[in-house]
Design a protein around this ligand. Structure first.
Ligand code: HEC
Ligand code: HEC
Length: 326
């Protein structure tokens, strides 16, 4: 009798082990599938020839022009007003926000208005445009009832009009790169900058103005004319994801950065001085601050300020995912 019992126990134990192993394998397979299957959905950019309303066509063309040549209209020598630091929206939203993996606007039309934790309120497209004026362009926002704002918004809604809510075309926005398991390294980043970026962006990150001084041929990356500390690209994940796919500008594939170089050069550039902005009111709920948000106070005291700025970010993200937060 006891022999039969122990045999049964043994069989049960083996069955449990096999089942657990299978489940683990299954979980791993599911996790891998999630990582390995980026969206295959293609973003269909609308064709201007399909616009029938002449006023709408005018607004869309003007909106695109404002995004491509923002400084001409609103820069330090702007023909409409002086509202910004001389950057063009297009410097960071490549090809007027139509380039895949170039911080494009594919999801803007369907994405707004929506509740944004950063401001603790519903954000409209107008507010989002204002926010890039105030942060990325380190300026003041333009009148939200102006013809120009109408043009920005008409363009943004039009460019994303073929995207359905709840879908995400391939190459949308900025890719979140794989995390490093070490802090991003500003010293290595400096070397990457000198060898791969300085030729255009300058020894001191100051960029290069065009001959008439109305816009940058190469935009600045730090210093008084750059984006301020409240800009999204001041976060390492956004900077690294953007430059990995797009810098050095017009580079052929072989000259692109490795993931490590992208994180390290992000750490170097964002450790250089950027204009100050009072951002005390941002992220009113501390536990919704992004894993790479370098300004406290924080909802936990588990990770240092340095780790929030330079990583490694994996443990921070894991901690907040565990609490049901991003
Ligand atoms: C061949 C010249 C060139 C090189 C080299 C280059 N860039 Fe750029 N970069 C540009 C241009 C031009 C733009 C603006 C693109 C546009 O407006 O279409 C730009 C835009 C940017 C922007 C966004 C705008 C801003 O000023 O914040 C960042 C960030 C950036 N580059 C980082 C880098 C980094 C990091 C490197 C090196 C890894 C690099 N670039 C190498 C030419 C270059
Ligand atoms: C220095 C870089 C930079 C410049 C210049 C810039 N932006 Fe942005 N913008 C960003 C980053 C980074 C994001 C956040 C992207 C993300 O979270 O994935 C963003 C987000 C946006 C979004 C939201 C996109 C979405 O679908 O959620 C809009 C709209 C936008 N910017 C418009 C503008 C406009 C209009 C201008 C010019 C007035 C401008 N931006 C200039 C970097 C920049």
């Amino acid at each position: 009798m006891p022999r039969t019992l122990s045999l049964m126990l043994l069989i049960t134990a083996i069955a449990v082990i096999i089942c657990v192993a299978a489940c683990k394998k299954h979980d791993k397979a599911v996790a891998a599938a999630k990582v390995l299957s980026p969206s295959k959905l293609k973003w269909i950019i609308p064709d201007t020839s399909e616009i029938t309303d002449p006023e709408e066509a005018r607004l869309i063309r003007y909106g695109r022009n404002l995004i491509a040549n923002t400084s001409y209209y609103f820069g330090p020598k702007g023909v409409i007003a002086h509202k910004s630091n001389g950057l063009n929206c297009q410097n960071c939203h490549l090809n007027a926000g139509t380039k895949l993996d170039g911080n494009n606007f594919s999801l803007t039309a369907v994405g707004y208005p929506r509740f944004k934790e950063r401001i603790g309120a519903v954000e409209t497209i107008e507010k989002r445009v204002e926010s890039c004026f105030e942060r990325s362009l380190n300026g003041s926002h333009i009148n939200s009832n102006s013809y120009e704002m109408k043009a920005f918004v008409t363009y943004l809604k039009w460019i994303g009009k073929n995207v359905k809510k709840g879908t995400k075309p391939a190459g949308s926005g900025i890719e979140e790169l794989a995390f490093l398991d070490r802090p991003a390294d500003t010293a290595i980043g400096r070397a990457v900058y000198v060898s791969k970026c300085q030729v255009c962006h300058g020894k001191n990150g100051e960029g290069l103005l065009n001959a008439s001084g109305t816009a940058y041929t190469y935009p600045p990356l730090w210093g008084e004319h750059s984006y301020n500390i409240g800009a999204s690209i001041y976060r390492l994940s956004k900077f690294a994801g953007f430059v990995k796919h797009n810098m050095p500008y017009n580079a052929d594939k072989s000259a692109q950065l490795t993931t490590d170089q992208a994180w390290d050069v992000a750490a170097f550039v964002n450790s250089q001085p950027h204009p100050y902005k009072n951002i005390d009111a941002d992220w009113p709920k501390m536990d919704t601050k992004p894993y790479d948000y370098p300004f406290g106070p924080y909802a936990d005291n588990l990770f240092s300020k340095d780790q929030r700025k330079y990583g490694p970010f994996g443990p921070i993200k894991k901690h907040y995912l565990g609490l049901g937060k991003k």
